[in-house]
Design a protein around this ligand. Structure first.
Ligand SMILES: C[S@@+](CC[C@H](N)C(=O)[O-])C[C@H]1O[C@@H](n2cnc3c(N)ncnc32)[C@H](O)[C@@H]1O
Length: 436
């Protein structure tokens, strides 16, 4: 059992309306007489409906209609009651009794049918039916440490139908970096107010790790509100197998063929443009005789630019959906590349074109919006750069992979703001929205 007490104590105080609005204590709302209570709640709910989450309603309104949805941490119920009023069959689960009491009171006054479930320290959802069509999680379970969130998420997942959706708003790593890479015990004071005991960044792979071995196919994975949030919508395709250690092949000591030349630590600054290969690992002897599917799990440190990591066949053709792009970041990134056929090579390539390919490309030149500024936004502060250099030295030439691709040219001339770069920026995001 895990005590949720410190989290219950904080979360009596919940967001009042949109992200930019003040927080309110549910108990204070409950103290109001019905008419004042409802007027206040309606005003907050209208702010929410007009805000960043409310704007996504058209994506979900029809989908939720008539379907059973379990919401984890619904706060004052703004989203759930909106969808329930439009025909969704909504269950609110929360760790704070007062929040659920507000939801029940609003629903009662408005005549909306909803169910509620108080999440106890046992993190059990066994009392609920097991035929939910979606689990909706808007900025809630990232407020407890990963191991608690994992137990809770797995218990909730047991209530979701195969083919159902896990929809979640998370705080992304970009925001954590921007706000100073604080420990999770204190970062919450920046994101959700002084009394917040915990908040952790997530991305789609971390949500997958939280729900492992569930198979989750990406429907949507996109940033919201200037990287304050990330919206994840995943289709649950059933439970996968837990990894059998006997079937786990360690790639660490496999020789790396350096296509881009023998650069120390692959700190590659070639000028051959996007898609230029950097290096590859021959997987053929390793996978021979094994049946697909395969998943390559990698810990990567990309020090500059953008690097593509993918699986190709013997003819150097990418296998379906088997490339991901990793941006430079100060930390190690954990990525998984999957494929349904036997791969021949694991390849790394430069996705950060310097100039040649697109600058002389007629199609690219027809694009009209300059975008080099966008790419410049992706570079990191001097502090992070120093940190990376330090790490590079510390790692020396050991077997871990330290990747680099060229930085964008220095800011300044109008020349640098030419249209073609937009294409490269877009490419990055297209490949991120992959399914597994
Ligand atoms: C930041 S508020 C978000 C509320 C609501 N989703 C919204 O966007 O307005 C966090 C909510 O999650 C609840 N919560 C915190 N930790 C939770 C957990 N481990 N499981 C379920 N709910 C949790 C809180 O009680 C609160 O209602």
């Amino acid at each position: 059992m895990s005590s949720l007490e410190p989290y219950r104590e904080k979360w009596r105080e919940v967001p009042g309306g949109d992200d930019v609005d003040r927080r309110v204590f549910s108990d204070n709302l409950l103290d109001l007489p019905d008419d004042e209570f409802l007027t206040r709640w309606d005003a907050l709910a209208a702010r929410r409906a007009a805000g960043v989450v409310g704007r996504l309603d058209p994506l979900y309104r029809d989908f939720f209609k008539g379907r059973r949805v379990l919401e984890l941490g619904g706060g004052l119920g703004f989203d759930g009651l909106r969808f329930a009023a439009q025909g969704a069959r909504w269950t609110f689960a929360d760790i704070v009794p007062g929040n659920l009491e507000v939801v029940r009171r609003v629903a009662g006054i408005k005549g909306i049918a909803v169910e509620t479930h108080l999440i106890g320290d046992d993190l059990s959802f066994d009392a609920l039916p097991a035929d939910y069509d979606a689990i909706f999680v808007i900025g809630s379970i990232h407020h407890v440490p990963f191991d608690i969130a994992r137990r809770e998420a797995m218990a909730a997942l047991s209530r979701l139908k195969v083919g159902g959706r896990w929809i979640e708003l998370v705080y992304p790593q970009e925001r954590w970096l921007r706000e100073g890479s604080m420990p999770f015990e204190t970062w919450g004071t920046r994101t959700d107010g002084e009394r917040t005991p915990w908040v952790e960044w997530h991305d789609v792979e971390k949500v997958r790790r939280r729900l492992q071995p569930a198979i989750l196919k990406t429907v949507l994975d996109c940033e919201l509100a200037s990287h304050n949030f990330r919206w994840l919508d995943l289709e649950y395709a059933g439970m996968g197998r837990t990894i059998d250690a006997a079937k786990f092949i360690d790639l660490k000591f496999q020789p790396v063929i350096l296509d881009g030349g023998a650069h120390v630590l692959w700190n590659f600054t070639g000028n051959k443009g996007a898609f230029f290969p950097i290096g590859r690992i021959d997987l053929r002897p390793l996978v021979s005789g094994l049946k697909p599917p395969f998943a390559a799990e990698l810990a990567l440190k990309v020090t500059q630019g953008l690097v593509g990591v993918g699986l190709v066949d013997a003819g150097n053709q990418y296998l379906a959906d088997a490339e991901i792009v990793v941006e430079a970041a100060p930390d190690w990134r954990y990525v998984t590349v999957r494929c349904a056929e036997a791969p021949a090579f694991l390849v790394f390539r430069n996705r950060h074109a310097v100039s040649v390919v697109f600058r002389h490309d007629g199609t690219a030149a027809r694009l009209s919006t300059p975008a080099k500024q966008l790419r410049r936004c992706q570079t990191v502060t001097a502090r992070h750069r120093a940190h990376r250099l330090h790490t590079a030295k510390a790692l020396g030439n050991d077997c871990r992979l330290l990747l680099g691709a060229p930085l964008p040219p220095p800011p300044g001339s109008r020349e640098n703001l030419k249209p073609p770069n937009r294409l490269r920026y877009r490419l990055t995001h297209c490949v991120r929205h992959r399914s597994n």
